[in-house]
Design a binder for this molecule. Structure first.
Ligand SMILES: NC(=O)c1ccc[n+]([C@@H]2O[C@H](COP(=O)([O-])OP(=O)(O)OC[C@H]3O[C@@H](n4cnc5c(N)ncnc54)[C@H](O)[C@@H]3O)[C@@H](O)[C@H]2O)c1
Length: 269
């Protein structure tokens, strides 16, 4: 029988986490670094990045990159491959709530979020960061993994790719739904190269997304009411899944969309 430490061994792995200076991505970086991986965080927020890298310590380092900037992403991946001697595990995690939804958390209509009022650049940025950047991240990961011994790609999607949310910016739901389909398609294409591709679909977690609104009482209560276990997610809750999918214990997962939501989807569908 495999020992626990062998099953979940990520020591020495070369790991990239996009959007790893905060929230869910930071949790991925922490758990992998704590268990001996070499982690490079990509983030658009240079101060948050420096702070996070210093707090995590170990072999962790960072690059200030906008995941929407294709040449910068290619260069950042090359820099990791050069410094780590390859790339084993990539978390395509960076994402944004593109703007207000058409309802408020109190259940009122919100004109700014209604379709005819959405600024086109808000839609475009939502699709660019929540969908196109996943394509860019996977493309660069594969460029480095194919000539090597394969690898794992883990995409942070959302339960909003399975259901609609009236209080989240409109482009978020179609972007995450497309991400889910893309993950399954990539798993089909890349399995032959020993590259596993999976998606984590969180329900509500307390992070800095949407200005950290889940820390507000009303927003928090609305989302807590969806949970079957009476609370919303803490980023600590996601670490076990991240470790599973990036270690030998997760070797048979590919093309999986794994929901982690305290049961919210059960109530919502
Ligand atoms: N928090 C939730 O309730 C929740 C639920 C479902 C899915 N998600 C998904 O989880 C992922 C992480 O979000 P989070 O909740 O941890 O949010 P967060 O805001 O706490 O963290 C996101 C990080 O991504 C970085 N980032 C944003 N735009 C970027 C860009 N263009 N380039 C590089 N970095 C960028 C931010 O600076 C930040 O450090 C996202 O894909 C989000 O859609 C979150």
């Amino acid at each position: 029988m495999a020992k626990l430490e062998t099953m979940f061994d990520v020591r020495g792995k070369s790991v990239i986490v996009t959007g790893g200076a905060s929230g869910i991505g930071r949790a991925y970086a922490e758990i992998l670094a704590e268990h001996g991986a070499k982690v490079c965080i990509f983030d658009i927020d240079p101060e948050g990045l420096d702070r996070t890298v210093a707090e995590i310590g170990g072999d962790t380092w960072g690059q200030a990159v906008d995941v929407g900037d294709r040449p910068a992403m290619a260069a950042a991946f090359d820099a990791v491959a050069e410094r780590h001697g390859g790339i084993d595990t990539v978390f395509a995690n960076a994402g944004i709530d593109p703007g207000p939804g058409f309802m408020t958390v109190e259940g009122e209509r919100f004109a700014d979020g209604e379709i005819e009022n959405i600024p086109d650049d808000q839609w475009d940025r939502g699709i660019e960061i929540n969908l196109t950047s996943v394509y860019t991240t996977v493309k660069n990961a594969v460029r480095h993994m194919k000539p090597g011994k394969g690898g794992e790609i883990i995409v942070t999607s959302s339960i909003a790719g399975l259901i609609n949310e009236s209080i989240v910016g409109t482009s978020y739901m179609p972007a995450k739904a497309a991400v889910n389909h893309f993950v399954r398609h990539m798993a089909m294409e890349l399995g032959a190269y020993g590259i596993r591709v999976n998606a984590i679909l969180p329900g509500p977690f307390i992070t800095n997304i949407a200005g950290g609104r889940l820390r507000n009482k009303a927003d928090r209560a609305a989302f807590e009411a969806q949970s079957l276990i009476g609370r919303i997610g803490d980023v600590e809750d996601i670490k076990g899944l991240a470790l599973l999918l990036s270690s030998p214990a997760g070797a048979y997962f590919t093309g999986s969309l794994i929901v982690i939501d305290g049961g919210a989807l059960n109530r919502l569908t």
